[in-house]
Design a binder for this molecule. Structure first.
Ligand code: BGC
Length: 749
């Protein structure tokens, strides 16, 4: 154990300020005379992007050769915590071997719009799913003595003007949608670092946002590591330090260090604030040094892991008997992506892959033939298309390797549409028209429109599945592996259906998150909007059936937990995996809420014919929403429905339970407090009934609360106090007396 306070006491003010910014692009500073080393941080997160020279944060210069694992758009579809933990372990081991102290990821921002350029790096439109998977990944990396940087905190959901835009978001949406993935990782996996985002939140840069970086992150959630800026995200260094931003990256510019020194000297910044930041940085650095061990980066072994992980991520979206392919069938692969797959996105996460071969390379043993049809860059000629259609005439089945070219989605900019390159859509259409049996394999980091969906026989979504994608795809197509992925995001029919459509990417300065908590399926399902594929959806070469849904009680207080169990049986002919999803619906009517929200899930393996019982535990948070009056999670009393389903639109099987709240919402008494609100609290109800008895003996208060004539009831119940004053002809004095009595009753007077 290091005595950090003692160490810090030996540092000069200049040294301390210096430790709060990097040495260069990828290193922290050390303090040699006190044996504090400089350590390296590197992108990720789905592979190591360790740059030795030619540093940049946009994926321009090369990095060392490393294994490229599936990106988060794909790993999230696995719905598999163990898989994420193991991926994290492997990456942690690689970092240790390469002497990297912090891996810059996972990236857990929500997919607010399908066109965000960085969606391929993010997990989901669902905060619970993103949090669970990122938490498992973090635990895996950190189990190897290497830290992570959970990024980009917070409300960074677009690339357009990402460095300056202000995300205008309600606290409720932040708490329910944009924060929970961070919250989960912080509370359960204690990441070594959190990276703040470039953007502003409600007008304040994330890097200068004390509410965000100190009040919520540290005071509420208990974060113990250090906050690092996204690269060049610091605007006012002193303000940022005060707000809780410890390490500025990249380093190399001494001006900000000098500003810190000057602010301390001028008495504008307390030296203790600086000391705390230094302590948090040194703790992470020295922990890493203390836990360092020699490790081997076994690229070949890790490549094989990347193949296995990719097999767990692919989502079978449609299958009318075309898959799995059978040996002996005449199969034709079309599209250059079969030879040069797209398996990762562009930007800071770009990995210099160790070995990335296309599916065709692994299909020769099956006698598959290949024709280009169109290029991997999205371009294709009429001649190439005609040749492909001609070749397809001799095939029993054709597999079109379609997808988005690199230029379509990347860090730094957003897409403007969700279409595949035109030549791909055209070729698929013409193949269908020529009578071919068509399967489409999709390589993309975010949803695409599928104008041909009704006409093709099968669709396998492999996302950006890392360098193992070629081998994994062949294994999935031929049934050596059974697809088990589920969509971690809704595929809308068209971009205009997306709830953020009218407010994305906003105007020059700000973007309004006007849809509030209704992002992704929370919106589509509540609106009963038709979608191409719903959240949680995915097929398999086998089928599972659910029965015996049981809940441990039919009534509970919000301080208790509820056990839920369900039997799942593989009723198909093949071994496979099932993602059992649990959704909660609030029927209390006490707040505007999405019709259903994912609150638990489990992925299980089942042999053909096998049955297993899956158990879940729900607690208050599974039922609650963020109540802005209470400034806390609130679970209204009343009925909730628990549904076990295959996806967010599946009817599934459900049970109802009643939850009793132990919290009471504050009621503020003013001119606009309504009779209905007053009748909801026994104390104020008694005051109102007393008043009515006195002023309107013929119209007693008991009846007033119960009036069953809908119009009369609405008129009475929705009347605000200022109208009551007029209706009852109260003098100013009487009215003020009433307000006093109502307030007093709530205070127990
Ligand atoms: C990205 C981060 C990345 C950093 C370092 C930034 O542009 O937003 O995700 O970790 O660069 O490359």
């Amino acid at each position: 154990m290091h005595d950090l306070k003692k160490l810090i006491a030996q540092l000069t003010l200049e040294e301390k300020a210096g430790l709060c910014s990097g040495l260069d692009f990828w290193h922290t500073k050390g303090a040699e005379r006190l044996n504090v080393p400089s350590v390296m941080v590197s992108d990720g997160p789905h592979g190591l992007r360790k740059q030795e020279e030619g540093a940049d944060h946009l994926g321009i210069h090369d990095s060392i050769q490393a294994v490229c694992f599936p990106a988060a758009c794909a790993t999230s579809a696995s719905f598999d915590r163990t898989l994420l933990y193991e991926t994290g372990e492997t990456l942690g081991q690689e970092c240790m071997a390469e002497n990297v102290a912090v891996l810059l990821g996972p990236a857990v921002n929500m997919k607010r719009s399908p066109v965000c350029g960085r969606n391929f790096e993010y997990f989901s439109e669902d905060p619970y799913l993103a949090g669970e998977l990122a938490c498992a990944f973090t635990k895996g990396v950190q189990s190897k003595g290497v830290g992570v940087s959970v990024k980009h905190f917070a409300a960074n959901n677009q690339e357009t003007r990402r460095m300056s835009v202000s995300s205008q978001v309600s606290e409720r949406a932040l708490r329910e949608i944009y924060f929970p993935a961070f919250e989960k990782v912080v509370k359960e996996a204690q990441p070594k670092t959190v990276m703040c985002s470039y953007n502003k939140i409600n007008g304040v840069y994330a890097s200068e946002n004390e509410w965000l970086l100190t009040k919520i992150l540290r005071d509420e959630w208990g974060f113990e590591g250090f906050v690092v800026s996204d690269w060049y995200a610091v605007s006012d260094r002193v303000k940022a330090l005060k707000a809780g931003l410890d390490l500025e990256m990249p380093g190399g510019d001494r001006e900000n260090d000098e500003k810190i020194v000057a602010a301390v000297r001028a008495g504008e910044l307390s030296e203790s604030v600086l000391d705390e930041a230094v302590e948090r940085i040194l703790k992470v650095v020295l922990d890493y040094i203390d836990n360092r061990r020699t490790a081997k980066f076994d690229r070949q072994a890790d490549h094989q892991k990347a193949v296995k992980i990719a097999e767990e991520c692919a989502v079978l979206l449609k299958n009318e008997g075309a898959l799995p392919l059978k040996r002996g069938e005449k199969v034709l692969f079309i599209g250059e992506l079969a030879q040069k797959p797209r398996y990762q996105g562009g930007g800071s996460s770009h990995v210099n892959a160790y070995s990335a071969e296309g599916a065709y390379c692994f299909a020769e043993g099956y006698g598959v033939s290949y024709i280009k049809g169109f290029g991997a860059d999205g371009g294709g000629t009429n001649e190439e298309r005609a040749e492909a259609i001609h070749a397809a005439k001799n095939a029993d089945k054709v597999i079109v390797f379609a997808g988005l070219p690199d230029s379509y989605e990347s860090e730094g900019y957003d897409r403007t549409h969700i279409d595949l390159p035109e030549c791909q859509n055209l070729l698929i259409k013409e193949l269908v028209e020529s009578g071919a049996n068509v399967t489409v394999v999709l390589h993309n980091g975010s949803p695409v429109a599928m104008p041909w969906i009704k006409d093709v026989n099968a669709v396998l979504e492999v996302y950006l599945c890392g360098e193992g994608v070629g081998e994994a795809t062949v294994n999935l197509l031929y049934g050596n592996a059974n697809p088990s992925g589920r969509l971690a995001e809704t595929f809308p029919l068209k971009l205009e259906d997306n709830p953020a459509y009218l407010n994305f990417p906003g105007d020059k300065k700000k973007v309004d998150y006007a849809e509030g908590v209704f992002i992704g399926y929370r919106y589509y399902d509540s609106k009963k909007q038709r979608v191409l594929f719903p959240f949680g959806y995915g097929l398999s070469y086998t089928q599972c059936a659910y029965e015996n849904l049981t809940v441990s009680k039919s009534e509970m207080r919000d301080t208790e937990t509820l056990e839920v169990s369900v039997d799942v049986k593989n009723v198909g002919q093949r071994d496979g995996k099932e993602v059992v999803q649990l959704y909660v619906s609030d029927h209390t009517g006490s707040a505007v809420r999405p019709v259903r929200e994912l609150k638990a899930f489990e992925k299980i393996a089942l042999e053909a014919g096998e049955k297993k019982t899956v158990c879940f535990t729900l607690d208050k948070r599974s039922f609650a929403y963020w109540n802005e009056d209470l400034s806390d999670w609130y679970c209204a009393s009343g009925e909730y429905e628990i549904t076990i389903a295959k996806h967010s639109r599946d009817v599934g099987i459900s049970e109802k339970i009643t939850v009793h709240s132990t919290a009471r919402l504050p009621l503020s008494i003013d001119d606009n407090t309504t009779v209905e609100q007053l009748f909801a609290y026994p104390e104020t109800r008694a005051v109102m009934q007393g008043l009515l008895k006195k002023t309107r003996p013929h119209d007693d208060g008991e009846k007033m609360g119960k009036k069953d004539d809908a119009m009369m009831r609405a008129a009475y119940m929705q009347a605000p106090l200022r109208t009551v004053k007029l209706a009852l002809n109260l003098s100013a004095e009487q009215y003020n007396g009433l307000l006093g009595m109502l307030r007093g009753s709530l205070e127990g007077k």
